[in-house]
Ligand binder design. Structure first.
Ligand SMILES: [Zn+2]
Length: 315
């Protein structure tokens, strides 16, 4: 084994990360490197030439020394690579923005604004705003392909389901409190992607609607025995198989909802550990963030790239 060069650390082959902190620092050593990355990703492939909207043709551009912008050599038209992105008009360094995205892309269970505040050395307000924009503008589920194959569907209350013992004993205050919690609906392809969203209630319209919207009819649907899932599911899909949780049966052959329940567990632990509580207003954003990472769990090499590229195109 060759001796380790401490001044030139190399990521272990076995590490699942596509980018260790050292690699991140090498690729984005300062604000200028981040700005140059945006310029090349959004405007100029070779870093020198771009279409000038004023000249209405391809021109050579040069970097302005005083501004975070490039200028057309011929007509002097300015182009700001951050225009229209979440970084626009932010006084926070681009490198800190990129680092915040690095942290949010590489975590397994979420990063709190408090953690970002400490890690980036910015105010809590700035950290919260950054996390909020990254989560709600970039880590969205919009445009995701519909799910197919073996698809497990389940719903859960934001703070856990009403326990059978509370219902049996008629604990109205507990039942009333639980019923006010938002309902989270989720569907997952076994071995594939997840789709998750906040719905109004556990009623049939609210839990079946998203199935028809996000799952292809050529799929097999697995749910628990909740009566909210009606015969309509079976008649619109290849089949609908139910597991009987009430009889304390959780797995019967391939009939189970353990994949989606595992995802819900991860989300709930993450929210409890990092954010303590999430109001209904922001819950969908957190769900998007967890789904976004889950759907890219097998490609750690691309996860930060994809987030950065979204930042370069999303307005
Ligand atoms: Zn020009």
């Amino acid at each position: 084994m060759p001796p380790v060069d401490r001044n030139n650390p190399v990521r272990a082959e076995s590490s699942a990360s596509r980018m260790s902190l050292m690699e991140f620092m090498r690729e984005f050593p300062n604000d200028a490197a981040c700005l140059d990355w945006l310029w090349r990703s959004r405007v100029s492939e070779d870093g020198e030439h771009a279409d000038c909207t004023k000249c209405e043709r391809g021109r050579r551009f040069h970097k302005l020394t005083e501004h975070p912008a490039w200028s057309c050599d011929t007509c002097g038209h300015h182009v700001h690579p951050t225009a229209g992105t979440i970084f626009h008009k932010s006084s926070t360094s681009l490198q800190l923005w990129f680092y915040a995205m690095y942290l949010m892309a590489s975590t397994r269970c979420g990063v709190s604004a408090k953690h970002l505040e400490r890690e980036l050395g910015v105010t809590y307000k700035t950290a919260w705003r950054m996390a909020n924009l990254i989560r709600n503008q970039l880590m969205t589920q919009d445009g995701d392909e519909p799910l197919s194959g073996d698809v497990e569907v389940d719903e859960t209350a934001g703070g856990g389901k009403t326990r059978a013992s509370d219902t049996r004993k008629g604990r109205q205050h507990v039942i009333a409190k639980m019923s006010r919690r938002p309902t989270i609906w989720g569907a997952v392809e076994r071995g594939g992607r997840v789709r998750v969203q906040v719905v109004k209630s556990r009623g049939t319209i609210d839990v079946e609607g998203p199935i028809f919207e996000y799952v292809l009819p050529t799929s097999m649907i697995f749910t628990d025995e909740w009566k909210g899932y009606s015969e309509r599911v079976g008649s619109n899909y290849i089949g609908h198989r139910r597991i009987r949780h009430e009889d304390k049966v959780y797995v019967s052959g391939d009939v189970h909802t353990q994949t989606i329940d595992g995802f819900f567990g991860n989300v709930k632990n993450g929210i409890r550990g990092n954010y303590h509580a999430v109001s209904s207003k922001w819950l969908q954003g957190y769900l998007n963030e967890y789904a976004w990472r889950y759907n890219r769990r097998d490609e750690p090499a691309r996860i930060l790239d994809e987030l950065l590229l979204r930042a370069a195109v999303v307005r």
